[in-house]
Design a binder for this molecule. Sequence first.
Ligand SMILES: Cc1ncc(COP(=O)(O)O)c(C=O)c1O
Length: 370
Amino acid sequence: MTEKREYTDDYPEKTLYIPGPTEVREDVIEEMAQPMFGHRMDRMTDLYTTIVEDTKDFLGTDNEVMILTASGTEFWEASTLNLVDENVLVPTCGSFSERHANVAERLGKNVDRLEYEWGEAIKPEDIREHLETSDTHYDVVATVMNESSTGVRNPIEEIGDVIAEYPDTYFVVDAVSALGGDYVDIDAHGIDVIFASTQKAFAMPPGLAVCVVSDEAYEREVGKDSASWYGGFQRALDYYDRKGQTHSTPAIPVMLAYRKQMKNMLEEGHEGRDARHREMAEYTREWAYDHFDMFPEEGYESQTVACIENTRGIDVAATIEQVSEEYDMAFSNGYGSQLGEKTFRIGHMGEHDVESIKELTDAIEDVAGL
Ligand SMILES: Cc1ncc(COP(=O)(O)O)c(C=O)c1O
């Protein structure tokens, strides 16, 4: 039984190096403290059309964009309901891809898993072989881009090129912890649906999820007998087309913050953010090789989350605790009971740069006596 623990006004601020939520700029946070306005006012149309069109610009996509008050999880459900009649293939390589499969099962779909050891990346040739040899027709192949539990970046571009050879099979990409910090050319690789949560590499407060939808995916939903209501592509995109607003009341303060941060992101550019995240990933990897080892299969390391193998057997929980106490910095243990002490994770995403990541690695060195 959970008991109430009264929230107080007295918590020390921690710099966030967890794989989301991550650090949010002060000017972005301040945007949220504005008097409220109505979601059917013209001002809302200004706000929503600005954030949608700026997001398309930033991502460099001609596909449609919907921004919903939700977390990324919403689009596991919605993309399944909107695109899958019967069968979905989910390559699983960690906790989040496994949960994606689980969501589809809960929605009554037939889920075939292509299982990888945790730490391994999904290989395009395996997808090709499976699609070629299976008797099952898959409505969707659903793949995680950045498996946040293992720190693996899957080659979704090459996987998309394979799936594009199967025109009746749609490609859904969970890019929750990658988009905004790891460049992806959405339109060039047959990606029908790709989604992210704002609290990760977008470096915004939590509360919104962004989904990019191809025309084919939209049409597919229109032709289906049933689909998601809240996360329905048709409902959201038609409403945008007619009114430039959302179909139901959005988290307006978070959208105000989004507007501000998306301007910052546009200024830096998709490629610019990609380069900064690559530098952070390279720095963290080198540091990990100096002191520990990397958990993911070589060549597939994430650009936003380092999953470091605890080869020295340090007490991960105690180190996290002490770094938090002494340095007011928060990083993460390994995901779940399987990786809890065997690995630890550093979220190098959003507003961070090599300098700020180095501050954390210095703190870990100090506390763990490296
Ligand atoms: C890869 C991945 N997918 C999905 C999710 C779920 O996202 P949310 O918590 O925003 O619903 C997460 C959360 O960490 C994630 O890392």
